[in-house]
Design a protein around this ligand. Structure first.
Ligand code: NAD
Length: 436
């Protein structure tokens, strides 16, 4: 089939590449000229495990190409995916200017039947707006489909190739048949393509992300409470998670959720509720609790090192909002670093993939180390913000050799309390006993 993907970020590039992998001919369109040039030169512009191999294979096979010309993409594709940003607007709603702007251009440029598939996360009713924007100028038939994306950064290729489910919101039989044909290779093991109306599909995405954000936040509150009453959240988590109604996943407490999706999606659903005179009380709390959770370690840092951190050096392990990505959008690390800098600390950070992105955001206000141990050189404390695999089993002798003071603030509960005690660290984590 002939496909165009408009917007080649985390979602669009993975979508385009994986659709090419099943034999489709895909043209990816992006307005970012330098990004398109890099991709044309064979470079994957984001870090996403396993993407490079299929990216290269499909370019070489002539099934995957890149352009800045929307017209070229539309001339090529029978199915047009929109994988455009829907960032948070000032009032918390999803900003639809990219999606609706491109929709209007599509109306001006198409001259034969196309299926326009919205993969961006958008509020209920957006497919109607997209339809109206295209219809203003379109002189041919077209259909609009809502096809929210559930991939996770860090597992995006696997999630796309083997999805647990695919949600398709559409009212046209013709479009539904095309979508089922396109997705057939991805659901051979029997996972469902769930067909529904556009509005329900749009809401499914927000409901899923908000539920997951709520689950994380609930556990963070249990962890905070554990600290007050002397319980251990890791034990509580295992005790709870073995109940199959609850499940083991998404119960790990930490320094809050971040990323390009949960924060903005929870806020957008909350705002959609307000617009419909519905007060989402749970989501209001989730937003508030998550905001304070991001800096929950800061008072512990102050109580151990003092509030004036001039002449103190703090090492940070992990900058990305989660492991296996270079994405730093809404990353808790940035909030902690801001507080540390305000208190006068000098900060040295290490992250396996996200340092370039932080460098372009923070410049030289912090320093970046070449290795996890180099970041510790002369440090008065280590703060762990992201649970990258390499941080799980460090050489503690090396850690001690490099640090001035043996103090760890662990925002991801990576280490065993008993081991930390016997290694002689002061160790603070989330929802567990402090080792002072
Ligand atoms: P992104 O910011 O990584 O990528 C968006 C891309 O669109 C950029 O490359 C940008 O240059 C391009 N773009 C902007 N305006 C354009 C235009 N007019 N024409 C062509 N290209 C244009 O965004 P993302 O993370 O891929 O997210 C895209 C959508 O998918 C969002 O709605 C997001 O909420 C949703 N989503 C994201 C994820 C995720 O894990 N990142 C998962 C599921 C859903």
């Amino acid at each position: 089939m002939k496909i165009a993907v408009i917007g080649t970020g985390y979602v669009g590039l993975v979508t385009g590449t994986c659709l090419a992998e099943t034999g489709n001919e895909v043209v990816c369109v992006d307005i970012d000229e330098s990004k398109v040039k890099r991709m044309q030169g064979g470079e994957v512009p984001i870090y996403e495990p396993h993407l490079d191999v299929i990216f290269e294979r499909n370019i070489n096979a002539g099934r995957l190409s890149f352009t800045t010309s929307l017209k070229e993409g539309l001339n090529h594709g029978d199915i047009i995916f929109l994988a455009l940003p829907t960032p948070e607007d000032e009032d918390g709603s999803a900003d639809l200017k990219y999606v609706l702007g491109v929709a209007e251009d599509i109306g001006k440029l198409i001259s034969e039947y196309k299926v326009i598939v919205d993969k961006s996360t958008v509020p209920v009713g957006t497919s109607d707006k997209v339809r109206e924007s295209i219809a203003k100028n379109a002189k041919c038939e077209f259909d609009v489909v809502s096809n929210p994306e559930f991939l996770r950064e860090g597992f995006a290729v696997d999630d796309f190739l083997k999805p647990e489910r695919i949600v398709v919101g559409a009212s046209s039989e013709r479009a539904i048949n095309l979508m089922q044909k396109l997705y057939k290779p991805f659901v051979r093991s029997g996972n469902p393509v769930i067909i529904m109306d556009e509005r329900s599909a749009e809401l499914t995405k927000y409901a899923a992300n908000s539920f997951l954000a709520t689950k994380i936040t609930f556990m963070n509150e249990i962890a905070n409470f554990c600290e007050k009453v002397g319980a251990d959240v890791d034990k509580v988590r295992i005790g709870m998670g073995t109940d199959s109604r609850i499940g083991k996943r998404f119960l790990f407490p930490g320094i809050g959720y971040g990323g390009s999706c949960f924060p903005k999606d929870v806020k957008a659903l909350h705002k959609s509720g307000k617009d419909a005179q519905y007060d989402f009380k749970i989501l209001e709390s989730v937003i508030q609790v998550n905001h304070s959770q991001k800096t929950i370690l800061v008072p512990k840092i102050f109580s151990h090192l003092g509030k004036d951190l001039r002449n103190k050096k703090v090492a940070i392990w992990g900058l990305a909002f989660k492991p296996e990505t270079d994405d730093i959008r809404e990353a808790p690390s940035l909030y902690i670093i801001e507080e540390l800098l305000k208190a006068g600390a000098s900060v040295a950070a290490f992250d396996p993939e996200a340092m370039d992105n932080v460098k372009s955001r923070l410049g030289d206000s912090i320093s970046f180390a070449k290795s996890m141990y180099e970041a510790l050189e002369g440090a008065n404390a280590l703060v762990i913000c992201t649970e990258w695999g390499v941080f799980r089993n460090p050489n503690f002798n090396k850690v001690k050799e490099h640090m001035d003071q043996k103090v760890i603030f662990d925002g991801r509960n990576l280490y065993d309390i008993t081991e930390m005690r016997s290694e002689g660290f002061s160790y603070y984590s989330i929802g567990r006993e402090d080792v002072i």
